[in-house]
Write a protein that binds this ligand. Sequence first.
Ligand code: PBG
Length: 330
Amino acid sequence: MEPLTYRPRRNRRNPAIRSLVRENVLQASDFYWPVFVTDGEEQHIPIASMPGVFRLSVDELIKDAREAHALGINALALFPVIAEVLKDPVATESKNPHGLLPTAIRALKEALPDLLIVTDVAMDPYSSDGHDGVVSNGQIINDETLPILADMAVAQADAGADIVAPSDMMDGRIGYIREALDNAGYSNVGILAYSAKYASAFYGPFRDALDSAPKHGDKKTYQMDPCNAREALLEVALDVAEGADMIMVKPGMPYLDVIYAVRENTDLPVAAYQVSGEYAMIQAAAQNGWLDKDKCMMESLMAFKRAGADMILTYFAVEAARKLKEGWVW
Ligand code: PBG
């Protein structure tokens, strides 16, 4: 047999060579951690479809946030569980300065001033319709929703949020929110735009966690069609033009092609959201003994870096940061 010219295996011969030629790295500072906040004290309420994830009262959240921060996680995404009685068609509770979310932000900022707080801007946790916009005759009304989102974002900034993350998919909301923040004196508060957010079935467990599923209809008139990729670039271009500081693609693993395309088309930082259903799939398979949880967790997170994401929003953040600290071997 002729000697082989190319032997790619030479670069994989041992761990030292593999570490030398490795193209991507994963570090705790790549992660930001989504958490569910609930009323009360000493609350640590499990979520059936998300093993290992809890609805935390503010006191418990501070303890967990301290641990996460010590592991090198620099940002938290907060999602409040709003009592059903406080929900209404126009999400009034979302601008209550004494509401659960502003209270949690202030407490976290006092305990851990360097930990970045990212807040979701969307009506659904506060809406009696469970939609991200105002509903009228079964339609989601875009332009009537914008001032509500702007008020929500300003209320979050008032409480101390560092970055607001509109996840509602209304048209024109990035520019509208930017202007409102600037007018309120918050030109330093950044906007992480959920630009390419798909109408995905992988959000199911999240909606269990917040009791925020739509009461009627679905989200297909505002969230993107899973069949489309080019359309994501249009959404990104608009959000960039309107003043976004960072771009998000969501869900994550089923949309790695979109992350890659967005990476190629913008120089802004790109975030990937490994959503609740992605988390649930790995946990469920691991609980059955069908998959190795730690290995699948790390491999799934690395996939986002390889696709071009700069940051990863993941429910695995703390566990993965712990593995990295222990010295994860690829
Ligand atoms: C709210 C929002 C959702 C998620 C993040 N923000 C749900 C939805 O749009 O229905 C989903 C996150 C997850 O599944 O982990 N607008």
